[in-house]
Design a protein around this ligand. Sequence first.
Ligand code: C2O
Ligand code: CU
Ligand code: CU
Length: 476
Amino acid sequence: MMRWTALLLSLVWSTSIEPVHSAVATPRGGIATVPADTLRNPPLFVNQSKLPHTIEVSLTAAPVRLMLSPGKVTEAYAYNGSIPGPTLEAHEGDKVIIHFHNNLPETSTIHWHGLHIPADMDGSPLHPVPPGGSKDYVFTIDPGTAGTFWYHPHPDNRTGFQIEKGLYGAIVVRPNHDPLPPLPEKLLILSDNRFHADGSIDISAPHSPAAIVDEENGREGNVMLVNGQVMPRIMIRSGEVQRWRIVNAGAARVYRLAIPGQTFLQVGTDGGLFEHPAEVKEILLANSERVELLVRGTGAPASATVLRNLPYDRYTPQTRPTEWSRPRDLVTLSYTGQPRIVTPPLPQSLRAIPVLDTTKVSVRREIVLSQGLINQRVMDMHRVDVSAKLGAFEIWTIQNVVGMDHPFHLHGYQFQVLDRNGVPERDRRWKDTINVPKHGSVRFIVHFDANPGQWMFHCHILDHEDHGMMGILEIH
Ligand code: C2O
Ligand code: CU
Ligand code: CU
């Protein structure tokens, strides 16, 4: 109950100082004057299983009515009553059983974004769960797949709406031997939203001018949320190193994350840890991508800094929002008053990532992204767009022929990027989503090593996906 109240208050507060569709550069009242809440972790599931290496949980999607303030109610959707939903934590090798109950007034599914699991457990639009219906999702977490993932609904045409109403949660898969030393860990699920003055979620009316912009750009909101909170605070001690797992659960916003005056040590991405940590100034995080970062407390005791979202121009000039170039603060990073501690030593190498051998490639494909279309077509649930052999190694070239970025996502398999705009990738990394910039191209190699069946590939800007920028891959 306490969590809810705090979340709701923060939403009300943010809507009252930042009017919807505002292009005002500085929010009235100023963010700094309001004491920030500490970043809260989403709840964890209660494991109902007594068996070893088994996680058995119940997950209910249902409408929730939130009292924002006297007379103001927000109709939202939530998993187990919480936004974000509970975090699913598992270890490599675990068997996971999720008893899903759809108490929404509409069809839904749960998609386990990034996991390597059987096709009929993937929660794609091909496996809808009707209102009032239930489904057990059962799968085993493969060895070598530790990382940060997330879950969200994936019904035909309604994915964006349901995620924007509040249905999203994180998945953390831990290895049995972590190459990183034990570090204080933070989970940051990024999202944005828009609210009407009465507290309701602002989803533009079909065919309205706002809806046309949302369809083109993907729907963005002026309220920046981290675990459902506005501008929460993370405490760090001077000298300390924290491990942050960040998920972009936003419908369309591509984040460009930085902490002014310092760098991140990036250790992982969609499919888990890198081979070696990489020093980076900023992180470009497209929809549905994840990163793992080591944040080093280089500041002085009792000082403060921010995690900031820097402007990133993914838009066409015609629909580029007027306030796109405004940096937005997401989190306050506050140093405790305690004296600096000695930074723990960090490993130079993390793990070996198997090489997907390009000499084994039997098929090369070209996937062309244009506005709303993949290979000139809109999604058809009864059409197979790409048919591939189980066990095949393939190279896919994703070609974006329009002046807007499209983050391309493939279900069920992690791939390795070979080059971007012809520039070879320096490091081997597992990815399931890759941003394909305006008029850019990305080549990746993928191994369809298991799990025959039908899989989605799509743009992860939810409005684009829902309007048909999706195709079906069949592996047989
Ligand atoms: Cu996040 Cu089709 O997926
Ligand atoms: Cu997915
Ligand atoms: Cu797109």
